[in-house]
Design a protein around this ligand. Sequence first.
Ligand code: ADP
Ligand code: MG
Length: 214
Amino acid sequence: MSFAKLKLHPTLLENISSLGYTTPTPIQEQAIPVIIQGKDLLGIAKTGSGKTVSYVAPIINHLIGGKQAKKSRQPKVLVLVPSRELAIQVVEVFKELSLKSPIPVKSMAVYGGVSINPQMKGLFGVDILVATPGRLLDLQSSAAIDLSKVSTLVLDEADKMLNLGFHKEMEEIFDLLPKKRQNLLFSATLSDQLSGINRVLLLDPVVVKVEDKV
Ligand code: ADP
Ligand code: MG
């Protein structure tokens, strides 16, 4: 199995191969076609199994094949993560996979613990926003960001976000998004708490669960 078999945009394939990746991991092989079809997805696979590229690749595939958008404060993709460290890691993967692109794709991470002003300024022209829930709500209440055009929502490490007590903030954010959108939820484990949020969030999802080899 190669990335080329996943019918990805040729420029994206170049970016993937620049990273030295030759073969998709099992979660990537199963999740990428489902996400390209526009379906909601629940992806469960252990830490280190390559979940990031399993949503970053199809999202970039969609954006670089589209038209250049007018510069605004209206991201099309929102990725919620539990920590600043993960926000920084994930935005790096978005940048690497859109390094070469027929149209410019701007990815940005926002998180708490640092001054909000540079983030407010930097949000102009953003296509993909990777955010921790608290800082995103602060930016939203200062009108630095408009979430009404988000067409894809990703929750990465959804289990950790719930364990950290972000439930209320997450619900507040969901209420700011268009009703019609694609929802992608990734987690290392499937807890009862997570099943609760799946039911409200995901519309007839495809479940991809990669079992540990024993
Ligand atoms: P997870 O989110 O499931 O914990 P990550 O997305 O952080 O996993 O990926 C774990 C590691 O695997 C990263 O260092 C990443 O660069 C690497 N990786 C991801 N996909 C591939 C691939 N197809 N081939 C080789 N390495 C990969
Ligand atoms: Mg991860």
